[in-house]
Design a binder for this molecule. Sequence first.
Ligand code: C5P
Length: 213
Amino acid sequence: MIIAIDGPAAAGKGTLARRVAEHFNLAYLDTGLLYRAVGKKVLDAGNDPEDAAAAETVARALNAQDLNADGLRVDAVAQAASKVSAVPGVRAALLDFQRDFAKTPPEGSNGAVLDGRDIGTVVCQEATAKLFITASTEVRANRRFKELHQADSGAIYARVLEDMKERDERDSSRSFAPLVPANDANVIDTSHLSANQVFDQALIFIATKTQKA
Ligand code: C5P
């Protein structure tokens, strides 16, 4: 069983993916971490995330340990991730890792759930079920702002909203593997739904796919 979950930042993909993983005993891969790890290494080396050659070199040398690095969640790294992820060579370098995880998840699990931007359209086109999780930009910025505000009371909503718009625009307009729902994805707008409601809708959709299989 392979479940693909795509969507923009702070739409609720991660929350849903963890719950789906637990429910079906699936291994979970947050693929955004791969791009964040590449972005962070490029920044740490003093290079520009838009330098395609530098980003591709880092992506080719990435290993599983890099996904545990500190500081992958900060906004500067998210922006760097979004820049390196537009480089075709970076995406190609990370593809095998993601496909291997989906096809041969850790022993003992019943399959895998991957979340990202292009799981249903590129990485796992054969996924059992594809979900596209979205929400209005304002709702997503508000969620991210609340998270940030807990750690840093100086966080500014307008800045969070701007960063989110910039990242969405870059992720959606890039020519290689842009953020779009797969044709056969079930789109769930979480703007006015609780995490439980999103989970319930996802389970209903997954059931329609697994009963047919
Ligand atoms: O999901 P997360 O916010 O951690 O992703 C960080 C960035 O990595 C995204 O803005 C996007 O540019 C990139 N990404 C991607 N493809 C994926 C996952 C993430 O391009 N499958």
